[in-house]
Design a protein around this ligand. Structure first.
Ligand code: B12
Length: 210
């Protein structure tokens, strides 16, 4: 019998989630589809938290389950790793925000498609990001943001890139649960998405001059 993955994540049924993910991997199901279903379950946990119907511990547990899922899914995402370097990307979750699950999916997919990725982690100070841009001169900078106040921090960072004459030399992309096209405009980014693969396709198409 097939298990509803999003529902199992929502109910925090770790064993059932892991068994179902393994079964689907064995059946050759698309890994991004599996991740999307898990993400949908986590969104419900988040909504319940917001409505006061779930505790922080439950939010944390949903994150832990997702990390375990990523552990078994990751080898299936890196198989097609390309030898030729496509471009350089700096990825970060900026200061004030420690959510990293979505960012790390983007990192894995970019690496699998041949990009050199500098993953600066979470809670990254604005100044540190700008210094890293000076050092590695990337083609892209990607911000992952899950907290509303972080939109202001992304804008501050892009403004600082402009002040340092670094903005014209790179593309800025943003993603993560709370980002929208309106947020992209406010931040001054080039691209926004809620889909990791779409972000990677954007980088590929820019590098190919499309
Ligand atoms: C798991 C989780 C946590 C975990 C995080 C674990 C971790 N290591 O990341 C923990 C428990 C630590 C946590 C803490 C908190 N959380 Co939280 N959390 C969540 C939850 C349930 C899931 C987030 C997630 O990982 N989703 C799965 C990933 C895969 O999805 P994703 O990030 O959107 O990424 C996908 C795409 O967006 C895209 N993507 C992501 N980034 C990027 C970047 C680029 C460049 C590109 C191209 C694509 C891309 O790729 C991914 C796959 O397609 C959300 C609920 C929600 N609706 O999102 C709340 C949520 C984000 N949390 C919330 C809150 C309030 C908090 C806390 C403040 C709670 C508290 N009182 O302490 C703290 C904040 C701590 C901090 N300073 O950051 C709120 C934020 C509300 C807001 N609008 O500001 C949410 C929305 C819950 C809610 N509905 O209230 N949280």
């Amino acid at each position: 019998m097939s298990v509803n993955l999003a529902e199992a994540v929502e109910k925090l049924e770790k064993d059932s989630v892991m068994q179902e993910v393994q079964k689907r991997l064995d059946n050759g199901e698309d890994v991004l589809r599996i991740l999307e279903e898990c993400r949908n379950g986590m969104t419900v946990v988040g909504d319940k938290f917001q409505a006061g119907e779930a505790f922080l511990a439950e939010l944390m547990l949903s994150g832990e389950i997702f990390k375990e899922v990523m552990k078994i899914i990751k080898p299936h995402m890196t198989q097609e790793a390309s030898q030729e370097k496509k471009g350089t990307v700096i990825m970060a979750t900026l200061q004030g925000d420690i959510h990293d699950l979505g960012k790390d999916i983007v990192v894995t997919l970019l690496e699998a498609r041949g990009f050199e990725v500098h993953n600066l982690g979470v809670d990254v100070p604005v100044g540190a990001l700008v210094e890293k841009v000076k050092e590695v001169k990337p083609d892209f900078v990607g911000f992952s943001s899950l907290l509303t106040p972080n939109i202001q921090v992304m804008k501050q960072t892009v403004d600082l890139l402009v002040e340092n004459n670094l903005r014209d030399k790179l593309k800025v992309m943003i993603g993560g649960g709370i980002t929208t096209d309106k947020a992209r405009e406010f931040v001054g980014a080039d691209f926004q998405t809620l889909d990791a693969n779409e972000g990677v396709n954007y980088c590929v198409s820019v590098m190919e001059g499309n």
